[in-house]
Design a protein around this ligand. Structure first.
Ligand code: ZN
Length: 324
């Protein structure tokens, strides 16, 4: 079932209270949407589907209109989600930078999404707060949640930054959350993502706990988000969740398993479309029973479903849908 922002808030509050994670899965086609939903539904877990601005452009075809693409993906997500009764899912916009402000506003005002991420982390702190607050004002009026991120490194534009400066400062995080009133906060704790991309950082999972403790101490219900989690071990992901992460973003994992599943299919079934050596043109007939796209796309879809089921069990959201 599709969840609006208010119901999605319940999902994150429960996750925060009971210390489990919600998997946020990047989607673009009906196949990925269905694969992800099958996985959540089978495990009776809630979840989030997210679309990047790049995914929206892709979905729109040659017009590359992010607005048109968001309408298409949102319509697919909402109608496909109706088929699944054991999972509540929201739709989220991943990493919208300030130049996508009008796009974000369009999606909120046209009721396309349950939550949005405004990523003004490249701006300085004051500017980031200002832009984020503006998005929060529009979003909360329409019951849409907002995720924000900080990341600007002070006064170091031309200098080499020290690794320490690439981690979120808990006090700064608290200040940002307080001033902006975001519902979700993306922390930089050493995954290969955002400001720390390209730097080899040590993962600081205790930093999550430090930020989370500080937010709780200040009566803020904000959930912490972990980006760039595809390379983490099971233990690291579980510790991140126990320390306060409620939303774990997943994109690369799915891309990999889809490609592997399709590759394995075609390695085996190559002769369905390619004439094997030694067989003459006259004696070769391509095999429609094997090249029908439904035959191999379903392999990708099933691989996504299996991956979702695996991830849901790692973050312990299995059987915890607010719908059951
Ligand atoms: Zn991200």
């Amino acid at each position: 079932m599709f969840l609006d922002g208010n119901r999605l808030r319940e999902v994150f509050l429960r996750a925060k209270k009971e210390r489990f994670g919600i998997i946020a899965s990047n989607v673009v086609f009906d196949s990925t949407i269905r694969g992800v939903l099958e996985g959540y539904d089978k495990q009776k877990s809630d979840g989030l589907l997210q679309m990047s601005t790049g995914a929206c452009k892709y979905a729109a075809g040659s017009s590359k209109s992010t607005e048109a693409g968001a309408e298409i993906i949102s319509a697919m997500v909402k109608s496909i989600a109706k088929q699944y009764k054991n999972t509540g899912v929201g739709l989220h916009i991943d990493h919208a930078t300030p130049n996508y402000f009008d796009f974000v506003k369009f999606c909120i005002e046209n009721n396309l999404v349950s939550s949005v991420m405004i990523d003004a982390s490249k701006e300085n702190f004051e500017e980031n707060v200002r832009i984020t607050k503006e998005v929060v004002a529009i979003a909360h009026k329409h019951n849409v949640l907002v995720e924000g991120e900080i990341g600007y490194i002070k006064g170091t534009e031309d200098e080499i930054v020290s690794d320490d400066e690439l981690y979120t400062d808990p006090q700064e995080a608290l200040e940002y959350v307080r001033q902006t009133n975001v519902d979700l906060f993306a922390a930089s704790v050493g995954t290969n993502h955002g400001v720390s991309k390209g730097h080899k950082l040590t993962l600081q999972l205790d930093l999550i706990k430090e930020i989370d403790d500080l937010l709780i101490k200040n009566n803020l219900e904000t959930g912490i988000v972990l980006h760039g989690a595809s390379g983490l071990t099971i233990e690291q992901q579980q510790k991140a969740v126990k320390n306060g992460v409620v939303k774990i973003n997943k994109d690369t994992d799915y891309q990999m398993v889809m490609a592997q599943a399709v590759q394995a299919y075609w390695e085996k079934e190559k002769d369905a479309v390619v004439r094997p050596e030694g067989i003459t043109e006259d004696n070769y007939m391509p095999d429609k029973g094997r090249f029908d796209p439904r035959k191999w796309m379903i392999k990708a879809e099933n691989a996504v479903q299996e991956e979702v089921e695996r991830l849901v069990q790692i973050v312990d959201s299995k059987g915890k849908s607010i719908l059951i």
